[in-house]
Design a protein around this ligand. Sequence first.
Ligand SMILES: [Zn+2]
Ligand SMILES: [Zn+2]
Length: 107
Amino acid sequence: MYGHEETEKIIKHELCHYHLHLAKRGYMHRDADFKSLLAKVGGSRYCQSLPGAKARKPQPYRYKLVCTACSTEYPRKRKADPKRYRCGNCAGKLKLVALEEGKGPVT
Ligand SMILES: [Zn+2]
Ligand SMILES: [Zn+2]
């Protein structure tokens, strides 16, 4: 739908919202802060979202990889082959544990 350049501009636009929102400055399209920052970085006039406008629901994790050595847990949204990963903490072996929503870990 958009070319590479346009995509980059839209990202800049989004970052303007994000940056100003974090800085607690005017991040709405009508705000002078937003307009000047957008002009400065050369962002697109087009917008995809406003911060907080559509709070993206975090996808619940359905699995976790658990280190068999140090018990560090790595939540996963999808099934993962534990043999293909190693613990980032101690490089130990991992095992896959399925989570069931609202019921805690299934053992
Ligand atoms: Zn916008
Ligand atoms: Zn570990």
